[in-house]
Design a binder for this molecule. Structure first.
Ligand SMILES: *Cc1c(COP(=O)(O)O)cnc(C)c1O
Length: 357
């Protein structure tokens, strides 16, 4: 039976990426060797790394003065790497969910952290507004897409201090003005590649010398200076990332992705809002994520939750269980998810309503 993959991460990748990776696992670039068993310094792999960095820059229109680096460690290592590279006396953070909280916790290990606003009072079901970013902070950190709660900051904000963004789950989903950010980082396993590679887009002139020791592996400069080859990079995930970047380019680039994502998310939110059995957890349309769409049983229909889950599973839906802290359902509609998958989910919801009204 056909499966519709709504997992939040690791998550759906383009079929193109999976097939090209499968081929290269057997025979990489005509070398007769697997991509897993060639030197990262071979000319074939160096070409992969260079092209991946270049395509990253082309697709996002990254201006001069920024570097793209690939590392290991996941976004969770970036939670510490950011303060290691930018923290002097005080940092400012926006608390929009579990990932923000983890980032805040790491920064607190370095000194004073000003949490300028939080949506924790309502289980993170909105994006805080009307706060002021302190001008004496070394940087301001945001999580643009809150994978667990389905909220998203869908615009590039102005910040009086260097802006740092965790874009693990919405990178490449919409056009961004990179010039507004000092650092953008993320784990690749939501919208780009298999787990194992982490990307960062770093404005070079914000990096400076420190009077305290910073481990080499945790300095952006180390990775920038060595072209992401200071140590052995995650070769296979970088290869796969290049395939996804190529797929993005061949399929109209980020603007095209964005309109498809808006279309897909629109289909699903419309059905959630229409269907009497369900309710979106995020009420304000401006705050609704295009990537992770969270919904629960409507008031009075809570006892049907398991029944809907079982029905959806029998119809081929995979990975729609909500995060344990939110409950209900979460459909992740990443770039690689075809609109037909969303239509199948919408039909399942309609059928379930017919049966249960
Ligand atoms: C998944 C996720 C993370 C954690 O990423 P790891 O690569 O597992 O460390 C951090 N931030 C956001 C927004 C995420 O979605």
């Amino acid at each position: 039976m056909k499966k519709y993959n709504f997992y939040a991460g690791p998550s759906i990748l383009p079929q193109y990426t999976i097939e090209k990776t499968a081929e290269a696992v057997v025979d990489f670039a005509g070398t007769g060797l697997s991509v897993m068993e060639v030197s990262h310094r071979s000319k074939e792999f160096v070409a992969v790394m260079d092209e991946a960095q270049q395509l990253f820059k082309d697709l996002l229109n990254i201006p001069e003065g920024y570097s793209v680096v690939f590392m290991g460690g996941g976004a969770s290592t970036q939670f510490a790497m950011v303060p290691f590279n930018l923290f002097k006396t005080k940092a400012a953070y926006l608390n929009t969910g579990a990932w923000s909280k983890k980032a805040i916790k790491e920064a607190q290990g370095f000194g004073e952290v000003d949490v300028v606003a939080s949506s924790e009072d309502k289980l993170f079901n909105y994006i805080p507004k009307g706060y002021t970013i302190p001008e004496d902070a070394d940087y301001f950190h945001i999580t643009t897409n809150n994978t667990i709660y389905g909220t998203e900051i869908k615009y590039d904000m102005d910040s009086p201090v260097p802006l740092v963004a965790d874009m693990s789950s919405d990178i490449f989903s919409r056009p961004i003005d990179v010039s507004k950010y000092a650092i953008i980082y993320g784990g690749a396993q939501k919208n780009l590649a298999p787990a194992g590679v982490t990307f960062a887009i770093v404005k070079e002139d914000i990096l400076r010398e420190f009077n305290h020791y910073v481990p080499n592996m945790l300095k952006y400069k180390t990775h920038i200076d060595k072209g992401s080859m200071f140590n052995t990079p995650p070769v296979l995930p970088v290869f796969s990332a290049l395939q996804t970047l190529t797929w993005l380019k061949d399929n109209g680039g980020i603007n095209e992705m964005h309109s498809k994502n808006e279309y897909k998310a629109g289909l699903l939110y419309d059905e959630i809002d229409r269907n009497s059995l369900f309710r979106a957890t995020v009420a304000d349309e401006n705050d609704r994520s295009l990537m992770n769409i969270c919904f629960v049983m409507n008031d009075g229909y809570e006892p049907l939750e398991k029944s809907f889950f079982d029905f959806a599973t029998s119809e081929g839906m995979v990975g729609i269980k909500g995060h344990r802290s939110v409950g209900g359902f979460r459909a992740s509609t990443y770039n690689a998810l075809p609109a037909d998958s969303v239509k199948a989910l919408v039909n399942t919801m309609k059928e379930f309503e017919e049966k249960n009204r």
